[in-house]
Design a protein around this ligand. Structure first.
Ligand code: ROI
Length: 160
C-alpha cells in the first residue's frame, strides 16, 4: 500500500458540495482508504482574477492503486462531476483532483508529474498539506514546514 496526497480545488457550482461529493467518490475507490482530510480553505484565484474564490483542501489516501490507475480514477471523478475538457490551465473549474505526492516517488511522464508542479509555492496546497502532514519531507528532501514558512498566506481563510 502507498501513501498519497491529493489536492482538491473547486470554484464553480457549489464548491462545498463538489468537495464533499468528491470525497465520497474517493472513499469508494477500489483498494483505497481516505486516511485524512484537511480543513477546507477559501483561497484567492491564482491566474485570472475574474473568477470565484476557490475551495481548496488536501486529502491523504492509502491505496493499492498504481500512480496511473489513481490518475485514471481521479480523472473519472472529475469528469463525473462535470469537469469539461475545454477547461484550460487558468480557468474556473468544478473540480480539480491532482496527485501531489505518491510515497517518495518522482515521476516525470507524459501524463504524470509527481511531485506536482508548483506545489512548493502555492499556499492553497502547502497549508492544507501541512495541517495533515506537519512532519512531511518531500522526495527532494525539502522540509514541508520550511516551505510553509516561506509561503505568504495571501489572504487565504478557512472556508467558513
Ligand atoms: N487558484 C486557487 N486559489 N486554487 C486552485 O485550486 C487553483 N487551481 C487552478 C488555477 C486556475 C491555476 N488557480 C487556482 O488550476
Amino acid at each position: 500500500m502507498s501513501i498519497c496526497y491529493i489536492a482538491l480545488g473547486s470554484n464553480l457550482g457549489n464548491p462545498l458540495e463538489q468537495a464533499n461529493h468528491a470525497i465520497t467518490a474517493l472513499q469508494q475507490l477500489p483498494k483505497t482508504k481516505v486516511a485524512d482530510i484537511s480543513p477546507f480553505y477559501r483561497s484567492k484565484p491564482l491566474g485570472p482574477q475574474d473568477q470565484n474564490d476557490y475551495l481548496n483542501a488536501v486529502i491523504k489516501l492509502i491505496t493499492g492503486l498504481s500512480p496511473i490507475e489513481l490518475l485514471d480514477a481521479l480523472q473519472a471523478i472529475e469528469k463525473s462531476q462535470g469537469r469539461m475538457r475545454k477547461d484550460n490551465r487558468w480557468s474556473a473549474r468544478t473540480l480539480d483532483l491532482d496527485i501531489l505526492l505518491y510515497d517518495n516517488l518522482i515521476i516525470n511522464s507524459e501524463r504524470l508529474t509527481i511531485p506536482h508542479y508548483h506545489m512548493k509555492h502555492r499556499e492553497f496546497v502547502l497549508y492544507p498539506l501541512f495541517d495533515i502532514a506537519p512532519e512531511l519531507i518531500l522526495p527532494d528532501n525539502d522540509n514541508l514546514h520550511d516551505l510553509v514558512v516561506k509561503c505568504p498566506i495571501n489572504g487565504m481563510k478557512q472556508w467558513n
